[in-house]
Design a protein around this ligand. Structure first.
Ligand SMILES: O=c1[nH]c(=O)c2ncn([C@@H]3O[C@H](COP(=O)(O)OP(=O)(O)OP(=O)(O)O)[C@@H](O)[C@H]3O)c2[nH]1
Ligand SMILES: [Mg+2]
Length: 210
């Protein structure tokens, strides 16, 4: 029983997210498992129009399949010059079979199209924000705990850094003078949308327990 109490299942197939959840939650005594540890579970279609809806679709579907509480993360990048795109489509921005590198290439291509004709070497192309919605669903009483976090930055035409995942090499943080991919896991957790959402969720959970 003790083992089950300390287990947290995160409904993600994204190894970059799983690594960040492990880094944040293992020091709190939680053993984090991802969908890589549960092969054969249903593929969840992300049909929601908001991050929060998609997070709930993932947490509830997997929690009901396993009969255990499950945490899910739906997140993405919203770029001002692209009117908030790719948003909830961040993982599949460059179409079927999208990879981090094809998504990054598409993002830079779209932003460079907008800049055509402008005579500037300015690498910072547009303000942008990362958003993360978390949903912790408990099938025992059909309850959901939610939290959101975000971080503001700029899309740069000069990718840098080998850490993180996704769009991190293109996401420039002026206060650090670095991209998100140049931060350590520790630093990313302190500044990121996922770190902020996790802190908000942990606070809410502590409040609910009284
Ligand atoms: O540079 C990044 N640093 C981040 O910290 C980050 N967080 C989210 N993203 C992007 O947004 C998509 C999420 O889509 P998403 O929430 O559907 O996740 P996913 O499909 O990758 O895995 P899953 O959790 O659904 O299984 C991801 O694939 C990435 O492209 C990030 N990019
Ligand atoms: Mg997804």
């Amino acid at each position: 029983m003790e083992k089950l109490r300390n287990l947290l299942i995160v409904a993600t197939r994204n190894e970059g997210k799983a690594r960040e959840f492990r880094h944040a939650l293992e020091p709190l005594g939680l053993e984090v498992r991802s969908l890589a540890d549960y092969p054969g579970l249903p593929e969840v279609e992300e049909t929601g129009s908001t991050f929060a809806e998609n997070a709930r679709l993932k947490s509830q579907t997997i929690a009901e399949a396993l009969g255990l509480p499950v945490l899910a993360d739906d997140s993405g990048l919203c770029v001002d010059a692209l009117e908030g795109r790719p948003g909830v489509y961040s993982a599949r921005y460059s179409g079927p079979g999208a990879t981090d590198s094809s998504n990054n290439a598409k993002l830079l291509g779209e932003l460079e199209k907008l800049k055509q004709g402008e005579d500037t070497d300015q690498p910072l192309l547009s303000p942008a924000r990362f958003v993360c919605a978390l949903s912790l669903y408990d099938p025992a009483d059909a309850s959901e705990l939610t939290a959101e976090g975000f971080v503001e930055g700029w899309i740069t035409s000069e990718p840098a850094g080998g850490g993180g995942f996704g769009y991190d090499p293109l996401f420039y943080l002026p206060e650090y003078e670095k991209t998100m991919a140049e931060l350590t896991l520790e630093e990313k957790q302190a500044v990121s949308h996922r770190g902020a959402a996790l802190r908000a969720l942990t606070d809410k959970r502590a409040g609910r327990r009284g």
